[in-house]
Design a protein. Sequence first.
Length: 132
Amino acid sequence: DPDLFRVTAIDIRSDVTLQSLSKMDIVFIAQDDRPLNELRIAQTNQNRALAQFKVLSSTLTKTANGLDVAIVDLQWQSVTPENEVFLSYHRDVIFKVPSGTVDFQLFTGLTEKDRQLPELEKVIDSLVLLNP
């Protein structure tokens, strides 16, 4: 899709397992004029067919820099190639910009959530949109 741009950062430390693997995507969707609340609702409904899918939280709020965002926290069941079952965790932090939507996405194991969220929050809190 030419209106979608994605950058992915993956944790590649040697001690990372599939259950602790973390990645962060930054997704820009050009010309997306949906309001934050509509985007928030869409994210909570997107993966409902997944096993043990659960919306952990879904809110509209402001960042430390005063930017309006939608934050959605989700979990679902995942399975490794060795058939080990674990819960995955996903957080979306969605911003509106004049030319579309920016979505910061964290994917990790639910057991890694408390270790990874502070790192994502540092990134989010350091953002300054030049044309908010």
